[in-house]
Design a protein around this ligand. Structure first.
Ligand SMILES: [Zn+2]
Length: 308
């Protein structure tokens, strides 16, 4: 398996330090820190040894937000932080609640209450039930112990570090902006709410206005539109679990989700970058620059020794 997470642009590396473990890689700015944190929960493609799936590699790759961490990573040069999952979301989905499990996925009783949501009903809860429509991931239910181990080893470290990082930025600056980064197929399949429809270039989600200030959301939308992209707001993606987790507008904690159409930067059939990759990466750095400037200009943001 290609360790694409280990590949990062030289420009970004020059301005960042890296934390790495089984669960995530985290690129931290070394200077001009700004309370802007990107996270990419689906761009990992590591497949742990105990992943006893019957899905093919190609089926697993359909759920991969390929290269999304790499596309956003240059923002570390602006003072932002970028966190990226290492493990495949087909193994455990970090953008779900830890109790969003369909009971039939397990071979025993869970030591606690399960709360399967609509994601689980579509086979896309914490544990994936189907790799693609009608294609089961597993030939038998999973043991409770195996699922607990996935949570402890991969899910909890990601969530704990992301929460800690956002809290550090919040304590330092009095406000924080979180951007949850994804890519999407150019057309939804039967497991998606917009099955069959072709999608916008960019989908921005703020949970119908709940998770981020309207001015910030509008700035994100307008920045992409000014670069020529067509942008949809809150459809077909309005923001998932991580966006929900970290938002509190009254406390100046803003969280939005950005979905990028894969056909802008990659060959969707062969899971490799195409010639659009570099141009998109440059556009994302332009958008990130606008957002970082906006954040620095906000009266609520404390001006400290870390602020230039
Ligand atoms: Zn995703």
């Amino acid at each position: 398996m290609t360790q694409h997470n280990d590949v990062i642009s030289t420009a970004a590396m020059a301005c960042s330090s890296t934390e790495s473990n089984d669960s995530f890689q985290l690129y931290l700015p070394q200077q001009h820190c700004v309370p802007l944190v990107f996270d990419s929960p689906h761009s990992g493609m590591q497949l742990p040894d105990d992943f006893n799936t019957q899905a093919s590699l190609q089926q697993l790759q359909t759920g991969w937000d390929a290269f999304i961490d790499e596309l956003w990573a240059p923002a570390t040069a602006l003072g932002a932080s970028v966190m990226a999952a290492r493990v495949s979301r087909m193994y455990i989905d970090l953008n779900r609640a830890p109790d969003d499990i369909a009971p039939q996925m397990l071979d025993g009783s869970w030591p606690g209450v399960l709360n399967p949501t609509a994601y689980s009903q579509r086979g896309m809860g914490l544990l994936r039930q189907w790799s693609l429509p009608q294609m089961p991931m597993y030939s038998a239910p999973l043991s409770v112990a195996a699922v607990q181990q996935r949570i402890q080893r991969y899910y909890q470290p990601y969530h704990q570090r992301l929460r800690q990082l956002l809290e550090q930025r919040y304590q330092q600056f009095g406000a924080v902006w979180h951007i949850n980064c994804h890519s999407m197929k150019s057309r939804g399949n039967a497991m998606n709410i917009d099955a069959g429809a072709s999608r916008a270039d960019i989908v921005v989600g703020n949970r119908d206005g709940q998770s981020a200030d309207g001015r910030f959301t509008a700035l994100v939308v307008d920045s992409f539109r000014a670069l020529g992209y067509n942008v949809s707001l809150n459809y077909p993606y309005k923001g998932g679990y991580l966006t929900h987790c970290f938002a509190n507008r009254n406390q100046h904690r803003h969280s939005i989700q950005i979905e990028i159409n894969r056909q802008l930067y990659m060959d969707e059939a062969n899971f490799c970058r195409h010639q659009g990759f570099t141009g998109l990466q440059q556009h994302l750095l332009q958008v990130s620059t606008i957002l970082a400037d906006y954040i620095r200009s906000q009266p609520v943001v404390k001006k400290g020794k870390h602020h230039d």
